[in-house]
Design a protein around this ligand. Structure first.
Ligand SMILES: Cc1cc2nc3c(=O)[nH]c(=O)nc-3n(C[C@H](O)[C@H](O)[C@H](O)COP(=O)(O)O)c2cc1C
Ligand code: SF4
Ligand code: SF4
Ligand code: SF4
Ligand code: FES
Length: 598
C-alpha cells in the first residue's frame, strides 16, 4: 500500500458538488502534478462533512486543517503554502478554526464538538467509491461476524437489545420488525431499504448513501441473513443522482469481492441487492406505497394489516427499513447492543441525524445522541440565529410534524418528547424560524405540500386537506372569520382520525401545532387583518417614513406599479397603497431604510 505524507479530503456531497467541488478536485490534481507532490499527497473525494453551509470544504490531514468556502484560486495557495511548505493558510480556515492565533482542527470546531457520529461515521472520512477504504474502516466485518459466529436469532436479539428504533419517522422498534419478518411464513422473503426521503428540507439519507453506500449494503445483507431473505431492493429517488451512482458502484464492487452474490463468506448464504428508482412522490415513502411502486404499480398505499413483514413485496414477507436505521446496524453488531443502548434516553437509544436548516448560522447535517436538547442543537452546534434575530420556533418532522417554541428549547430530543409537544421526530428535518416567519404561513406551506402530494385514494385526505388549505388561504389573505379557525381545527382532527395512511393522518399536524402555540397569530390575521411577522402579502402596507426619506427617488424608479410619487430632491416620496401590488422592490432598493411594511 502506498504511503502518503498528507491527505487532502474534498467534499463530494451534493451540496459541495453544486458549489464546484469537482473542479476543485481537478485543480488540486493539476497543482500537485505541477509541484511534483502527487506521490506524497493523496486527494480523497468524500461524502458530506456536515457543515454544508461552509462548502466547498477541504480538510488537510494530518493537521485536520479545515478550509471552508474554498475557491479555485485558493487551491494554488493551499498547495504551495500548506502542502509544500507546511504552513497552514490561516485566512482560508473556517472562521471558528482559528482562535487567538491557535489553529483548531476539525474535531475542535464547535459544530462538531457535541456531535457523535455513528450512522455518519464514515461520511466525509472515506472515499465512498472505493470498497478498500470501507474495508479498511472495519467494513463488512460485521457481516463476516454474523455469518461465521452468530445464529439468526442471536442477530435479531442483538438488534432488539440495542433498542434501535426506525429512523424513517415512525420509530418502530427495529429488532421487533426483524423478528416478525423472521417468524413470518414464506418460501421467499425480501429486504428493502427506504431511501425515498421526500420531506422538504431533509437530506440525511442522501448523505449516508453518498458518503458511505457500503454500510447500507452490508446492513441489508445482515438483515437478509437474519430474516431469511436472499434479495434486497433499495428504493431511491431519481433526483439523487450522486447517491444512485455511488450505490451502484458499491453494489458492483461488493459483488466483485464476493460480498454480495452466492455463498457469501463460504457460509452458504446467498444475497444480492438491486436499485429501484422512484420518481419523487412523497407518498411513495409510505411503506406500502413503496412496495407497490417497486412492484411496478402505481405508488398508492395499501390498507394495513397485513403488514409488510407478512405480506410485502409480491405478497411475500418483506423487511423494510430506512437508510439511517440500516447505517446503525453494522456498528451495533461490532460494538454490541450495550454500547448502542448506553447512548440516548430511556426509550430512544443511540443517535439521530438531523438536517438543520432555516434561520440558523450553521446549516447542515448533524448527528447527536438522543437526549441532546434543542437548545444545544440550535445554539451550540447550529451557532444560533443569524443577524441578531430572535428565535421563534423550530419545525421538526417536516409535513408530518409540528412547531416547537422557545419555551421548550430545553427539551431533550427523543421520539416521545417531541410527540408530547405536538410535533415528531420524523425522518430528521429541523427547520429553525425567527421573528420574521409567520406561523400561519408556515402551516399553509406544509399543507400546500401535502395537498399536492396526496395520492387521492381516500376522501378525508384528498378533499379534507384541500378544504383546510382553502381556509388557510382565506386567513392569510385577510378574508378569514373567527369561525374559520374552529372549522380548521375540527377538520384537522377529523382527517387525522379517518385518513387511510400516514400522509393524511399527519398532514394536519403543522396546523394543529401552530394553532396550539401561535393561536394569537391566527387571530391577528382574522380580527386585525394584520400579519404580525410581516409576511402575508395581502395584509401588508408599505409606507415611507417622511422623517427618514432623503427624496432621492430611487424607490419610484423601481416601482413596477408606478404608485410612488414625489419630486426628486424637493419633496418626500409617498406610496399610494391602493395601487401597490406589494412586490417589496421599493423597500429593497431604498438606500436609507425609509420604507417599512406592516
Ligand atoms: C407519507 C409518508 C412518507 C414517508 N416517507 C418516508 C421516507 O421517505 N423514508 C423513510 O424511511 N420512511 C418514510 N416513511 C415511513 C415509512 O412508511 C416506514 O415507516 C419506514 O420506512 C420504516 O423504516 P424504519 O422502521 O427503519 O423507520 C414515510 C411514511 C409516510 C406516511
Ligand atoms: S391518506 Fe392521502 S396519501 Fe394516504 S391513501 Fe389517503 S389519499 Fe392517499
Ligand atoms: S428610496 Fe428611500 S430615501 Fe429615496 S425617495 Fe424612496 S423612500 Fe425616500
Ligand atoms: S411594494 Fe412594489 S408596488 Fe408597492 S410601492 Fe413598493 S415597489 Fe411599488
Ligand atoms: S455537501 Fe459538502 S459538507 Fe455537506
Amino acid at each position: 500500500m502506498e504511503f502518503y505524507r498528507a491527505h487532502v479530503l474534498i467534499c463530494g456531497g451534493t451540496g459541495c458538488t453544486s458549489s464546484g467541488s469537482q473542479t476543485l478536485i481537478d485543480t488540486f490534481h493539476e497543482e500537485l502534478e505541477k509541484n511534483h507532490l502527487n506521490k506524497e499527497v493523496k486527494i480523497v473525494k468524500t461524502g458530506c462533512f456536515g457543515l454544508c453551509e461552509a462548502g466547498p470544504i477541504v480538510i488537510v490531514y494530518p493537521e485536520g486543517a479545515f478550509y471552508s468556502h474554498v475557491k479555485i484560486e485558493d487551491v494554488k495557495r493551499i498547495t504551495e503554502e500548506h502542502l509544500l511548505k507546511g504552513r497552514i493558510v490561516k485566512d482560508l480556515l473556517f472562521k471558528e478554526a482559528v482562535e487567538e492565533d491557535q489553529i483548531r482542527s476539525i474535531n475542535e470546531v464547535d459544530f462538531y464538538k457535541k456531535q457523535k457520529r455513528v450512522a455518519l461515521k464514515n461520511c466525509g472520512v472515506i472515499n465512498p467509491e472505493d470498497i478498500k477504504e470501507y474495508i479498511a474502516f472495519d467494513g463488512y466485518k460485521a457481516l463476516g461476524k454474523v455469518l461465521t459466529e452468530m445464529s439468526r436469532e442471536e442477530v435479531i436479539d442483538t438488534i432488539k437489545k440495542s433498542g434501535l428504533r426506525g429512523r424513517g419517522g415512525g420509530g418502530f422498534p427495529t429488532g421487533m420488525k426483524w423478528e416478525f419478518t423472521y417468524k413470518a411464513k414464506g418460501d421467499q422473503k425480501y429486504v428493502a431499504c427506504n431511501a425515498d426521503e421526500g420531506d422538504p428540507g431533509a437530506f440525511m439519507d442522501r448523505s449516508v448513501l453518498e458518503g458511505d453506500p457500503h454500510a447500507i449494503i452490508e446492513a441489508m445483507a445482515i438483515a437478509g441473513y437474519a430474516v431469511g431473505a436472499n434479495q434486497g431492493y433499495v428504493y431511491v429517488r431519481a433526483e439523487y443522482p450522486i447517491a444512485v451512482h455511488r450505490l451502484q458502484i458499491a453494489i458492483d464492487q461488493a459483488r466483485e469481492y464476493g460480498l454480495l452474490g452466492k455463498n457469501i463468506f463460504d457460509k452458504g448464504f446467498d444475497f444480492d441487492v438491486e436499485i429501484r428508482l422512484g420518481a419523487g412522490a412523497f407518498v411513495c415513502g409510505e411503506e406500502t406505497a413503496l412496495l407497490n411502486s417497486i412492484e411496478g404499480k402505481r405508488g398508492m398505499p395499501r390498507p394495513r394489516p397485513p403488514f409488510p413483514a407478512n405480506a410485502g413485496l409480491w405478497q411475500k414477507p418483506t423487511l423494510l427499513n430506512n437508510v439511517e436505521t440500516y447505517a446503525n446496524i453494522p456498528k451495533i453488531i461490532l460494538n454490541g447492543a450495550d454500547w448502542f443502548s448506553s447512548m440516548g434516553t430511556e426509550k430512544s437509544k443511540g443517535t439521530k441525524v438531523f438536517a438543520l436548516g432555516g434561520k440558523i448560522n450553521n446549516t447542515g447535517l448533524v448527528e447527536i445522541p438522543m437526549g441532546t436538547t434543542l437548545r444545544e442543537v440550535i445554539y451550540e452546534i447550529g451557532g444560533g440565529i443569524p443577524n441578531g434575530k430572535k428565535f421563534k420556533a423550530v419545525q421538526t418532522g417536516g409535513p408530518s410534524g409540528g412547531c416547537i417554541t422557545a419555551d421548550h428549547l430545553d427539551t431533550p430530543i427523543d421520539y416521545d418528547n417531541l410527540i408530547s409537544l405536538g410535533s415528531m421526530m420524523g425522518s430528521g428535518g429541523m427547520i429553525v424560524m425567527d421573528e420574521d416567519n409567520c406561523m400561519v404561513d408556515i402551516a399553509r406551506f406544509f399543507l400546500d405540500f401535502t395537498v399536492d402530494e396526496s395520492c387521492g385514494k381516500c376522501p378525508p385526505c384528498r378533499i379534507g386537506t384541500k378544504r383546510m388549505l382553502e381556509i388557510l388561504n382565506k386567513i392569510t389573505s385577510g378574508k378569514g372569520e373567527m369561525e374559520d379557525i374552529d372549522k380548521l381545527e375540527q377538520l384537522a382532527k377529523n382527517i387525522k382520525a379517518s385518513a387511510l395512511c400516514g400522509l393524511g393522518q399527519t398532514a394536519p399536524n403543522p396546523v394543529l401545532s401552530t394553532l396550539r402555540y401561535f393561536r394569537h397569530e391566527y387571530e391577528a390575521h382574522v380580527k386585525e387583518k394584520r400579519c404580525p411577522a410581516g409576511v402575508c402579502r395581502e395584509l401588508l402596507a408599505y409606507t415611507i417614513d417622511p422623517e427618514i426619506c432623503k427624496k432621492c427617488g430611487i424607490c419610484a424608479s423601481k416601482c413596477p406599479a408606478d404608485c410612488i410619487t414625489g419630486v426628486k430632491g424637493k419633496e418626500v416620496f409617498k406610496i399610494d397603497t391602493d395601487k401597490c401590488i406589494k412586490c417589496g422592490n421599493c423597500m429593497e432598493v431604498c438606500p436609507f431604510k425609509a420604507i417599512s411594511k406592516k
